[in-house]
Write a protein that binds this ligand. Structure first.
Ligand code: SAH
Length: 390
């Protein structure tokens, strides 16, 4: 082949993608700078620019030499997901629709409270676990989010609250990995993104204020304490395997007892012995809200340092479940409190903009065809709701 033809082929190749620095933890960024022949301390400088000052333009990073800025412009970029819309609820809750590469959209929610502001962040596009009462599960699964797409959500929220201006009050004080997806199914990217949340030179959140919530991917939970010490929430929703197998299908693989043992090991490894797991329990009318369930739960959790968060079920279009009644909710809480547990009830926030737990659905380009199956199942379903009593 003549040389000129070879050059033509090379010229027609798409340009190598630039590396996105947004999702790189300090240590990964340190490796990147070493490869560029630079000192690793550049990583701290650049992390500060991106995550503390909100700067994406290398030319504005004035403590880097001109030569380095040029090198960065050639090889790297700070690429954010795209905000499609941002809605405010009457109670101050804010919801963003965010488009990621490939065209799917994820949702993110900010919940202001008296003494804190919590950002609920997504870890995957859709979810593969298919919990029977969760809108995200019904959307099917597309792919894991990259670390950049996960930390990019916090960047977007910080930017929208002018938090990069150091004089502005800090609005996002807490992050919960409770948006779309199962964080432990996207282990490495979630761990990298959380390391930036905790990093003093980035967002500097306390480990108590970053919470990973899981439905029970036990082998991944077993490894978690080796790489992080964030707070842990476990999504139980049922006090026995029979009922949980129906509500949370991953329970058929890893039983309740395996899940609780693994959570206990995580808590036990925390250096601070006052740490407790949060047990999440979504209450559905006549499914898992009976006194017998509360008593069984009290026994099940007796060896786990924990507090219990009851979540009244949030309905979404097409679901067969109903919200717990106030009487059943009070009774459930009283039984657990009577057994000595600390119990909180998660107030429903932002439901006028479908931003409440389990209502986040985004626009998932579904690779599992689950949406299709769900819709045809709904179309042929009988009028009477299905009840599952464990
Ligand atoms: N996959 C993770 C995090 C996502 S969901 C997990 O399962 O923990 C965050 C919490 O909201 C979970 O406890 C989840 O079970 C709960 N949830 C899901 N759908 C809900 C709904 N429709 N109403 C109330 N809570 C719901």
């Amino acid at each position: 082949m003549p040389e000129s033809a070879l050059a033509d082929i090379e010229n027609s190749q798409p340009q190598q993608d630039k590396i996105n620095l947004l999702g790189l933890s300090v240590s990964r960024l340190g490796d990147f700078f070493e490869q560029l022949g630079e000192k690793p301390f550049r990583a701290t400088q650049v992390v500060k620019w991106i995550h503390q000052m909100g700067e994406r333009d290398f030319d504005q990073m004035t403590n880097l030499s001109k030569a380095l800025r040029e090198k960065l412009n050639e090889t790297a970029e700070v690429r954010l997901p795209e905000v499609v819309s941002c809605q405010d609820s009457s109670d101050g809750t804010r919801k963003w629709l965010i488009r990621v590469e490939g065209g799917s959209c994820i949702e993110m929610v900010y919940i202001p409270e008296k003494d804190r502001g919590t950002l609920c962040v997504s870890s995957q596009i859709g979810c593969a676990l298919d919990c029977s009462f969760c809108a995200t599960g019904k959307q099917g699964f597309n792919r894991d989010l990259s670390a950049a797409e996960i930390i990019g959500q916090l960047w977007i929220a910080a930017d929208s609250f002018d938090q990069f201006d150091t004089k502005a009050p800090r609005r996002v004080t807490n992050v919960v990995m409770m948006g779309m997806g199962e964080p432990l199914m996207n282990f490495d990217n979630v761990v990298d993104a959380m390391s930036l949340m905790l990093e003093d030179n980035a967002y500097g959140l306390s480990k108590r204020r970053v919470t990973l919530s899981t439905a029970g991917v036990v082998p991944a939970l077993d490894k978690l304490a080796d790489v992080t010490d964030v707070s842990l929430a476990i999504s139980l929703h049922a006090p026995n395997d029979k009922l949980r197998n129906e509500l949370v299908p991953i329970n058929r693989k890893y039983s309740l007892q395996q899940f609780i043992d693994s959570a206990k090991n995580y808590i036990d490894k925390m250096p601070d012995n006052r740490r407790k797991a949060t047990v999440e329990y979504t209450l559905m009318d006549q499914v898992n809200d009976r006194s017998v369930h509360a008593r069984e739960l009290a026994v099940l959790l007796k060896d786990l340092p924990c507090k219990i968060n009851l979540i009244p079920f949030n309905p979404f279009p097409g679901t067969e479940y109903r919200r717990v009644t106030n009487t059943a909710l009070d009774r459930f809480r009283d039984i657990l409190q009577g057994e000595g547990y600390t119990v909180t009830v998660r107030t429903t926030r932002g439901d006028d903009i479908a931003a409440a737990c389990g209502q986040l659905a985004g626009e998932v380009n579904d690779r599992t065809k689950r949406q299709q199956r769900y819709k045809s199942k709904l179309a042929s379903a009988e009028e009477t709701p299905v009840k599952i009593l464990g």
